[in-house]
Design a protein around this ligand. Structure first.
Ligand code: NAP
Length: 451
């Protein structure tokens, strides 16, 4: 067989697994995309001849570095940092930074790979990247977090730039951490540029960036329901997580007339049969962000609720579900339970929260199921708008940005319909998102030749 002869999906995945040993998350993300792309490119010789999928599944580069910092007791601590620059065919690398003990190269490669398609779906000129560290911010003082962020940026600054690579926040990295990193970048380079997004409003940030991922996931959900002539009024929602994405998704569900029953963190989930109202969401935001508390404390503040230690919320019957915590938090068994309990729609606020078995269950049940790369693209979309505002040196108004976010989410929904309409009223949103995202990046790569 000549080197560029077609291989089938199994042959392709064998190669990916062989080249990326011990990287299960990355292989899982590639497989989920490849399952749809293989059908799509079957009769498109150019994509085969140019080995486009093989090239997208190989990051442009991965930078790995040591991050030393001193804790409050004067101990020297050593962490590992990475930036995965996956693909810049349609714009500068763009993607968040994650600080969590589970971070490793496999996790960041999967996130950068997913980000490449997600960013393409927004319609904005952004390539895909992701970075982070195995640093655990939990239990650290603010000064320790500041010292860590400064040390992290002292290496990262050489690899990023407003037209090169523009990181943002992710798990464990919010406005405060972006501030510490931006401050250090500015100090080292003497440059005030839009090199990070998620910045504070006083220093180049954009309105609604904080809310955009969670709000966007609910706008996408509303778009899916609208195809069936439905909306969120009176619908019950089960949400996991209690961080940025989860709390803003909950807020938007409530605003659109739904009833939120659960939130969670890595300790378990809370169930509130009365509904988690805006006032209760505000309490969670403040408790998790400012007091860095645990979700189980919710039942002290709101005693009619219950806490379920060590459990995920997928067993709670609901109309719609929004996994908004982390990867592989919703397994095949959970997906079967949701379907059996009558759940009609799932919109992923988190990245790859559903494992491959779960994805197959949702597809087989013909659920309204939006994968993260489509549903949670609102955050990076508003990051893209923050980049534009930085370049123009101006700030757009909140109502303008809200409308742009809504329009972008509707645009992504339309792209999914274009490639995911299977007939008979079933839309395969996973397939639609994978093909629409792939095509945009692939066509740009074709234009560049073999680089
Ligand atoms: P965050 O504010 O740090 O919140 C993360 C939440 O997930 C916390 O409640 C955390 O609980 C929970 N969590 C983390 N690991 C968990 C585990 N193993 N089991 C159960 N719960 C766990 O992060 P975020 O920004 O909301 O991000 C959440 C997800 O959305 C991630 O997949 C991220 O990649 C994705 N996302 C975020 C954005 C964005 O704009 N922020 C954009 C697109 C996608 P603990 O407090 O106990 O750790």
């Amino acid at each position: 067989m000549a080197l560029n002869d077609h291989v089938d999906l199994n042959g392709f995945m064998d190669g990916v697994t062989r080249r990326n040993p011990h990287q299960p998350e990355f292989c899982q993300a590639v497989q989920e995309v490849a399952e749809d792309i293989f059908d799509f490119i079957e009769d498109k010789e150019e994509y085969h001849a140019q080995q486009i999928l093989r090239r997208i599944a190989e990051p442009d580069r991965i930078v790995s570095f040591r991050v030393c910092w001193e804790d409050d007791q004067g101990n020297i601590r050593v962490q590992r940092g990475w930036r995965v620059q996956n693909n810049n065919a349609i714009g500068p690398y763009k993607g968040g930074i994650r600080f969590h003990p589970s971070v490793n190269e496999s996790v960041l490669k999967f996130l950068a790979f997913e980000q490449t398609f997600k960013n393409a779906l927004t319609g904005l000129p952004m390539g895909g990247g992701k970075g982070g560290s195995n640093f655990n911010p939990k239990g650290k003082s603010v000064r320790e977090i500041m010292r860590f962020c400064q040390s992290f940026m002292t290496e990262l600054y050489r690899h990023i730039g407003a037209d090169v690579d523009v990181p943002a926040g992710d798990i464990g990295v919010g406005g405060r951490e972006i501030g510490f990193m931006f401050g250090q970048y500015k100090r080292i380079t003497n440059n005030f540029t839009g090199v990070l997004t998620g910045k504070g409003l006083e220093w180049g940030g954009s309105l609604i960036r904080t809310e955009a991922t969670g709000y966007g996931a609910v706008y996408f959900l509303a778009n899916m329901l609208a195809v069936k002539g439905e909306d969120l009024t009176g619908k019950t929602a089960v949400i996991s997580g209690s961080g940025n994405v989860a709390t803003h998704a909950a807020e938007k569900v409530v605003q659109l007339g739904g009833k939120v029953l659960t939130l969670s963190d890595s300790g378990g989930f809370i169930y509130d049969a009365d509904g988690i109202t805006q006032e209760k969401i505000d309490w969670v935001k403040s408790h998790k962000t400012h007091r860095r508390g645990r979700i189980e404390d919710y039942i002290t503040a709101f005693p009619r609720a219950t806490f379920h230690a060590g459990k995920t919320p997928w067993g709670v019957p609901c109309d719609v579900a929004l996994p908004c915590a982390t990867q592989n938090e919703l397994l095949g068994e959970d997906a079967r339970t949701l379907v059996a309990n009558g759940c009609r729609a799932v919109s992923e606020g988190a990245n790859m929260p559903t494992d491959l078995d779960g994805v197959h269950v949702f597809k087989a049940a013909k659920l309204l199921y939006a994968p993260g790369k489509a549903a949670n693209a609102g955050g990076v979309a508003v990051s893209g708008l923050e980049m534009s505002q930085n370049s123009e040196r101006r700030s757009w108004k909140e109502d303008e940005l809200q409308q742009m976010l809504k329009d972008i989410m509707s645009g992504i929904h339309k792209s999914c319909l274009k490639y995911g309409d299977e007939g008979g009223g079933y839309i395969d949103y996973v397939k639609g998102a994978n093909i629409a995202g792939f095509k945009k990046v692939a066509d740009a790569m074709l234009a560049f030749g073999v680089v």
